[in-house]
Design a binder for this molecule. Structure first.
Ligand code: FES
Length: 107
């Protein structure tokens, strides 16, 4: 699926993310080495660290509803905006075609 990821330096990357490997967006970001190793996915994708926080820029792509764990973590995280999501909680699926996200600053 084709998504655009703006890294922490403001550089935009067009990525063709695999949808047949049960990857989360956090794992996609890591696989494409868009951030230095060890600065994303610290909790292993359990919605417990917010190192994978991103801002959803595109408005026309429907994302899965936020679950309680994600909401609770974002309540405590830094740099949270109304369009914040945890990328580890968003599976890479064909539904994300055209999605644009920006990575939140390292915290
Ligand atoms: Fe820790 Fe997403 S990787 S909250």
């Amino acid at each position: 699926v084709n998504i655009t990821i703006i890294d922490r330096d403001g550089v935009s990357h067009d990525v063709a993310a695999p949808t047949d490997m049960a990857m989360s967006l956090m794992e996609v970001i890591r696989a494409y080495e868009l951030v230095p190793e060890g600065t994303i996915g610290i909790c292993g994708g359990l919605a417990m660290c917010a190192s994978c926080q991103c801002y959803v820029i595109s408005e026309n792509v429907a994302l899965p509803e936020m679950q309680v764990d994600e909401e609770a973590m974002l309540d405590e995280a830094y740099n949270v905006k109304p369009n914040s999501r945890l990328s580890c909680q968003i599976p890479a699926t064909d539904d994300l075609e055209g999605l644009v996200i920006e990575l939140a600053p390292e915290s």
